[in-house]
Design a protein around this ligand. Structure first.
Ligand SMILES: [Zn+2]
Length: 365
């Protein structure tokens, strides 16, 4: 028999059950519906602490630990469900409260050097990104490509990184909440989840505005951010360059030709270390080149990242400062236009799309 007390104990162990049986570790965020019958591509399930229940907004169902394990294992009787929950979470049934109290508690597992990275990104928006890429070339949207050229990026870069153009960021990811009346549109920068480039679970947008470019970046609300090209940390690449900003990574990869990823802000340096640490050693890059901005914040981040890379055991180097005192790779690229490189038109541009541009480096560049 399962006592009332045991029933209550088990009921409160939903977080343990979710971790052990569904791999859900971050209860602050929505997760994939646990029901095998619901093909939930978009995390729709949520944990409710007060009742220790899980509710899925996709299929509208709610579970406690017993009905959840029943759902997962296809068992209907309560005693069987209780046994299955107890087994999953390591709870001993049929123990007197005194015996339970006197039994030594299991030692907490030692905390790893770096925590597991938070689950990042949301639903797949690959198709929306494809549409935005097409819209970069639609009549009336020339402002998008003009903005990219202003930043030193040509049509090859736009294609390589699948950059796009939208007027309303919600059309690419519904979690955006952007209010910028002045804007002429937004450049979209997709975050591909892996090297197959078939899934995008995060997008950042940059405002295009008249006159002075404000360089404002927008991120979807309530979605944890992965690093840009984070997958490069898990592909056994010989070398990976890591910059602070996304546009910097694009600029740097233009003149190094090497795999380049971006933190998207120094605050994400922590995630960088977490992802590397939790990647099997053989999958990590052979070498990491740290390329933060040349300002105080950037130098501090460089110091922290190098210390972490030593702890994790990854060979690393720091990019020397840019000649001429440029703050970052994109500034260097913009400054050297006309001197080290210039845009040239592709021959035979596609009719109706206007000229397509690519970058030509000067021979001495
Ligand atoms: Zn569901």
């Amino acid at each position: 028999m399962v006592s009332e007390r045991e029933r209550d104990d088990l009921r409160a162990m939903m977080p343990d059950l979710l971790r052990e049986r569904c791999g859900v570790t971050d209860l602050r965020r929505s997760f994939k519906c646990p029901s095998p019958g619901h093909d939930d591509s978009d995390p729709s399930a949520h944990y409710y602490e007060d009742g220790h229940t899980v509710h899925c907004f996709g299929c509208g169902r709610t579970w406690d630990v017993f009905s959840l394990v029943g759902e997962l294992d296809g068992i209907d009787s309560f005693p069987e469900q209780a046994r299955a929950v107890a087994e999953a979470v390591g709870y001993r049934l049929d123990e007197t409260p005194e015996a339970r109290a006197s039994r030594p508690r299991p030692k907490p597992r030692p905390r790893p050097l770096f925590d597991e990275p938070r689950e990042a990104g949301a639903q797949d928006v690959f198709e929306q990104c494809g549409r935005a890429f097409g819209d970069l070339y639609a009549p009336g949207n020339e402002v998008g490509r003009r903005y990219l050229r202003y930043r030193g990026l040509d049509d090859v870069d736009a294609a390589k990184w699948a950059l796009g153009f939208v007027r309303d960021p919600r059309s690419i990811m519904r979690q955006f909440s952007v209010s910028e009346l002045e804007s002429l549109g937004f450049i979209t920068i997709p975050f591909f989840t892996d090297s197959t480039f078939s899934r995008v679970n995060y997008v950042m947008v940059r405002t295009i505005s008249r006159g002075k470019v404000r360089n404002k970046e927008w991120r979807p609300k309530g979605v944890a951010s992965p690093l840009w090209n984070e997958w490069m940390l898990r592909e056994s690449l010989p070398v990976v360059y890591v910059t602070e900003g996304l546009i910097d990574a694009m600029a740097l990869s233009k003149f190094t030709g090497k795999p380049t990823m971006a933190l998207g802000g120094v605050a994400n340096a922590k995630r960088f270390s977490q992802v590397l640490y939790h990647t099997p050693a053989g999958k990590r890059p052979g070498k990491v080149v740290v390329c933060m901005d040349c300002d105080e914040e950037g130098r501090k981040a460089t110091g922290r990242m190098c210390r972490d890379l030593v702890k994790i055991g990854v060979v690393h180097a720091v990019l020397p400062e840019y000649p001429g005192g440029a703050k970052d790779a994109d500034e260097w690229l913009m400054r050297t236009k006309g001197e080290k490189w210039d845009f040239e038109e592709y021959e035979g541009s596609i009719p109706g799309f206007g000229p397509l541009y690519r970058t030509r480096w000067r021979d001495d560049g």
